[in-house]
Design a protein. Sequence first.
Length: 358
Amino acid sequence: MTAAYVALEGGHVIEGRGRSPGTARGELVFTTAYTGYEESLTDPSYEEQVLTFSYPLIGNYGVREERFEDDRVHPRAVLAKELTRDVAEWLESEGVPSIDHLDTREIVIDIRDGGAMKCGIAVGDDVTEEDALAELDRCKTMSEHTDIGAQVSVEKPTIHGADNGGPDVALVDCGAKGSIVDSLLEREATVHVLPYDTSVEAIDDIDPDVLFISNGPGDPTNYENAISLVREFVEDTPVAGICLGQQIVAEALEGTTEKMTFGHRGINQPVLDLESGRVVMTTQNHGYTVADPGDHLEITQVNVNDDTPEGLDGLEYDVITRQYHPEANPGPEDTLDFFDDVLGMTDSQTTAAVPADD
Ligand SMILES: NC(=O)CC[C@H](N)C(=O)O
């Protein structure tokens, strides 16, 4: 059996069964999602993290490229109770170490008690506990990855749906999930996917109907360029954001963000809409949250479990954001109408809304 070690912050080392070899380090987090492992493993927001699945069997419906959110696996390593051979072989082909036969209940309790923490991973025929501890030693916090956007963003602008004839959306790609682009294209928008460090002039040239800030990994305060783009355009252009995008919008408009203890990662996070009183089930993957929306944004939706802000609206500007993932890949499809609301902010909106249960 291939040796496999997880070294947790503080120095405690856990042993499991190696399923794909390699050494790695990252912030140790867990997701409670019981489906959607293909989408989660290709979600750029997991960059520099080690993902623990709390659901005990991962891989039982195979690995299908059409479910991928990006062209590579983003977590640095994967931990589970049981991984199928399909998933283990996929991770091996991607060079991502994985370990199973772990007591993931114990790992989840450690993370809930201690918070998301650094960890080191070593998997291979000749690895030792010391190799995992050496990785732990070199592990940075998420905030210390100050230019993480460069690891996940497009390098050059790309245009999707140029012939759609609908509104032009400038999507600042801080690690965008593919299904965010798809959700906009389904509504006949033209989507300009732009590098995370794109310039004001490049956006001026597009003259977009909406400026959209994507999801993405790491600490929102490290995305200085995206923060300044929101400040630059918000007076004249509607602004939308998902997850990291909500946090960046808050930072731009005199709000603040903070790190949560262990975050929200799963597909059954209940969210209350304050105006309608309706509760929806949502897909989530975040470790930071808006602490204070400031004086230019109001909280429109909150998490039923802990009251954290899940939706923001601009008070004097056209702004709507969500902390969860309304594109619902994976996940319950209660929230797809967010994209209708985003395109509804544009003057040039010409397309009919797509029903949420399509
Ligand atoms: N999915 C995301 O966009 C994550 C946002 C941010 N990196 C966080 O962890 O809170």
